[in-house]
Design a protein around this ligand. Structure first.
Ligand code: UDP
Length: 321
């Protein structure tokens, strides 16, 4: 198969490219390197089945050629990271909505299968955990830019489902829950690589809020396996799936665990949300996926748990210094 990965030099995209090449697929990536990095794919460049284009997915003619060459598309390119979103809401909305529109329009010409990466953020502030795919979205007001990410991704989902219903375009929507692992950068606010880097550098470990909020972290290789399983399953078409690990950890406990595992003397400090993000910032207390649906369809089970994930991220950052 020839597969196009948008955002292929990103954290998840580069791991996906690696596995697809290993499976003997031919991989085309497009990435504008806004949050991705050539470093993530440098080791793949000599593979004759790996092709990369450094450009934005908003470049229609480049995208048209790439989509034409491939059998299916995994659309991962997006503005991601809560910090980045709060700081550049215009880019978030435009990239996430316009980029997906282009992907779907082009894929529709020859009805190529599209896997659309969405996010657990679409569940918003809902307190009904674990989140099931057909649960209500509970979002805050438009004056709080955090919610622009959830809204833009929800529009992507609506549009993809509309293409499926109206034009019979084969689409699969996946909602990713706090994916972590080697190559993820802390630059855009993601908590786990941020804490690991702070701990390794002996800097303060910055817990936002009171640290009682929890997240369910899933290992990137588990996520890639789930993505490929859904992409290859004919019954996944036209549906939405959570991809994640349903074990929970509080951010405070995560900070302590990372401090312990790195043997760091870093102090754990608590920073109010207003100071960390923007005034009136709203966080969600818990975010746990219900993974019954993906488990039933492809037998997906997360294999790597938080301790091992942290070890792999520590190794990654140590190997880079
Ligand atoms: N967080 C934190 N310190 C940091 C970065 C993030 O305490 O340096 C918190 C953040 O407020 C949130 C959780 O960690 O409650 C997960 O944040 P992340 O941005 O990784 O993902 P989110 O689940 O918010 O999309």
């Amino acid at each position: 198969m020839k597969i196009l990965i948008t955002g292929g030099a990103g954290f998840i995209g580069s791991h996906l490219a690696e596995v697809l090449l290993h499976n003997n697929d031919e991989v085309f990536i497009i990435d504008d390197l806004s949050t991705g990095s050539i470093d993530n794919v440098i080791h793949l460049k000599d593979n004759p089945r790996f092709h990369y284009t450094i450009d934005t997915i908003k470049n229609q003619s480049v995208m048209a050629e790439l989509v034409d060459q491939c059998d299916s598309i995994v659309h991962l390119a997006a503005a991601v990271g809560v910090k980045l979103i709060v700081e550049s809401p215009v880019n978030t909305i435009e990239t996430n909505i316009y980029g997906t529109e282009i992907v779907l329009q082009l894929a529709n010409k020859k009805k190529k299968k599209v896997i659309i990466a969405s996010t657990s953020e679409v569940y918003g502030k809902s307190e009904t955990v674990p989140f099931q795919e057909d649960a209500d979205m509970v979002l805050g007001p438009t004056t709080k830019s955090r919610w622009s990410y959830a809204c833009s991704k929800a529009i992507d989902e609506f549009l993809a489902l509309a293409y499926y219903k109206e034009k019979k375009l084969p689409v699969v929507i996946v909602r990713l829950f706090n994916t972590v692992g080697p190559r993820q950068t802390g630059r855009y606010g993601m908590v786990l690589p941020t804490f690991v880097q702070q701990a390794l550098l002996g800097q303060q470990i910055t817990v936002y809020g009171n640290g009682k909020q929890s997240r369910s972290f899933s290992f990137v290789k588990d996520v890639v396996r789930a993505l490929i399983g859904l992409a290859n399953h004919p019954d996944a078409v036209g549906q939405v799936f959570n991809i994640g690990n349903d074990k929970e950890i509080t951010i405070e406990a995560l900070a302590r665990l990372i401090k312990k595992k790195t043997g760091s003397s870093s102090e754990i400090v608590y920073i109010p949300y207003d100071q960390a993000y923007e005034e009136g910032f709203e966080d969600m207390l818990r975010r746990v996926p219900d993974i019954t649906k993906i488990r039933r369809l492809i037998g997906f089970e997360p294999r790597i748990e938080i301790e091992e994930i942290i070890d792999s991220v520590i190794d990654y950052y140590k190997s880079r210094t």
